[in-house]
Write a protein that binds this ligand. Sequence first.
Ligand code: FAD
Length: 308
Amino acid sequence: MDNPDITITENVPLAPLTAWRIGGPARYLASVRSPRGVQAALEFADSRHLPVWVLGGGSNMLISDAGLAGVVIRMRDMRVDVTAQADYALVAIGAGAPMAGTVRQLVNAGWAGLAWAEGLPGTVGGAVYGNAGCYGGDMAQSVTQVDIWQAGAMVAYTAAQLGFGYRTSALKQQNAAKMTQGMMVADMGPIVVGATVTLQRGDVVQLMADMATTAALRRSKTPPGSSCGSVFKNPAGDSAGRLIDAAGLRGFASGGAVIADKHANYIVNRDHATSADVLRIIAHVRNVVARQFGIQLEPEVQFLGAMI
Ligand SMILES: Cc1cc2nc3c(=O)[nH]c(=O)nc-3n(C[C@H](O)[C@H](O)[C@H](O)COP(=O)(O)OP(=O)(O)OC[C@H]3O[C@@H](n4cnc5c(N)ncnc54)[C@H](O)[C@@H]3O)c2cc1C
């Protein structure tokens, strides 16, 4: 009988599970649908002495062409539990819930606070991890608690403990380096299992109109093709896209990857790009922008696996 908490499959191509459509296979892919599934995946990895990586919607990561020789835990817990009070609601959401779809569902039910995330790719867990944000909002504004799997147990982090900053959190700071190599279970960083957001009652018609405006803005700025969104964080007081453009790098290509014409902070996979193609562009951009403007661009995208 199928296990409702977890499904484990072997030698699974990861490129189709990422927005960039780049990356080799996972030795094992563990699709987990509950906190118990996370525990089962970690026990599976530990018993085989294999490293672990965590995959949400794959919309902010570059996976190595060599693949990931361990267990990739794909978060698929999509529960959305609304506890309504008179004028606000506490909403407990599974880490694998798709951000944009969940926001639409909540707006349709009259809950305001996350409408800025209309069209935001990825999962709720990934959005918490990186404090995703756009169009005047970010996760830090709504998240009140995050359920974390850490050191063999579930713990609840308050918003204050999450250390949210611009496209970062205390979780990302703890995990970013480890996530490249993969994490051994004994040395595991935190895994987001679920998050609770506090939302206010709102006017559905107005919220839908706000979301239509956001969707139109997003469409007007997003280049066609497979990408991971913005590759670099904006440096304080400036925009990475403006700097890359001013450095004359729009259209710069390596192999099948190219800096988008429409938005210079996007690298598009236009023809079977590899992680090596993308890495060459990232390195070139950082060198040129540092030389021309004395600014070190920091990648927003996360790197998983051996980067050569
Ligand atoms: C076209 C496009 C537009 C975008 N626009 C925006 C934008 O406007 N604003 C913005 O902020 N971002 C944007 N992004 C980037 C991306 O949507 C966000 O960063 C998103 O929140 C990533 O979520 P994810 O589930 O896809 O994470 P993934 O890409 O799967 O993972 C990203 C990192 O988080 C870790 N991670 C994921 N889930 C968990 C978890 N449950 N526990 C622990 N670690 C975890 C992964 O290991 C990885 O290191 C865009 C991306 C695309 C493709």
